[in-house]
Design a protein around this ligand. Structure first.
Ligand SMILES: [Zn+2]
Length: 100
């Protein structure tokens, strides 16, 4: 991951100058971005931003769950298609045996 680190003694949310600022990833790490920007935030603002991230993570989990459900339906459909093809194969084999 390529990262740009913004060095500043000001919190990028509230603008206050503080000695111990947290380095915050602007794009959530759980999304595995190819590039990211790290900005300084004070502890109070970082807590606020992180709380917003929880909403984003929940939305991501919901989206992931929907994808898994969709994939589950796709797999069910494929299994039904395979079972039907197998039944046709058995039926054709029975017909061939009757002819012999
Ligand atoms: Zn702040």
């Amino acid at each position: 991951m390529s990262v740009i680190v913004i060095e500043d003694n000001k919190c990028w949310l509230c603008g206050k100058i503080k000695p111990d600022l947290t380095k915050h990833h602007t794009l959530p790490k759980h999304l595995k971005p190819s590039h990211n920007v790290i900005v300084p935030l004070c502890e109070k603002c970082h807590s606020r931003v992180t709380a917003e991230d929880v909403v984003g993570m929940y939305a991501y989990a919901y989206k992931l769950e929907k994808s898994v459900m969709f994939l589950g339906e796709q797999v069910k459909g494929i299994k039904v298609a395979i079972e039907n093809k197998f039944k046709i194969k058995l039926k054709n084999e029975k017909k061939e045996k009757v002819k012999q």
